[in-house]
Design a protein around this ligand. Structure first.
Ligand code: ZN
Length: 117
């Protein structure tokens, strides 16, 4: 294993990103259904339903992707181990990792590497 790639603890994502993940799915679904209902109810005989319905359908499909792209974009953290000063590269998606040199637990908080408990 590469020494510059510290072992990442599989503690999962934070509650905030899990919440916005499901929120973007629900929002997309609501827009999609609203668009579908509008184009089906108003669309019969009139194009006004399609004018409002189709943009909602598209928004329902695009918005979750757009929000998720933002969600999966994470900042790189390039810092040193608080115990032994070994250079460590990780991302702010990482919650906890082990130092590749001294194997001690490091916690990622507010873009900095802190000593874990
Ligand atoms: Zn270390």
């Amino acid at each position: 294993m590469d020494r510059n790639q510290p072992e990442v603890a599989k503690t999962g994502r934070t509650f905030d990103s899990a919440y916005s993940f499901s929120f973007s799915i629900v929002l997309g679904l609501v827009l999609f259904i609203a668009g579908l209902v509008i184009s089906l109810t108003l669309g019969q005989g009139a194009t006004i339903g399609l004018i409002f319905g189709i943009p909602l359908l598209v928004a329902g499909l695009v918005l979750p992707l757009f929000m998720m792209r933002d969600l999966f974009h994470h900042n790189e953290i390039s810092s040193t181990c608080p115990y032994c000063d070994a250079p460590i590269k990780t991302s702010d998606a990482t919650i906890r990792l082990n130092c590749p040199s001294c194997k001690r637990v490091i916690e990622v908080r507010e873009m900095t590497l802190q000593r874990g408990e």
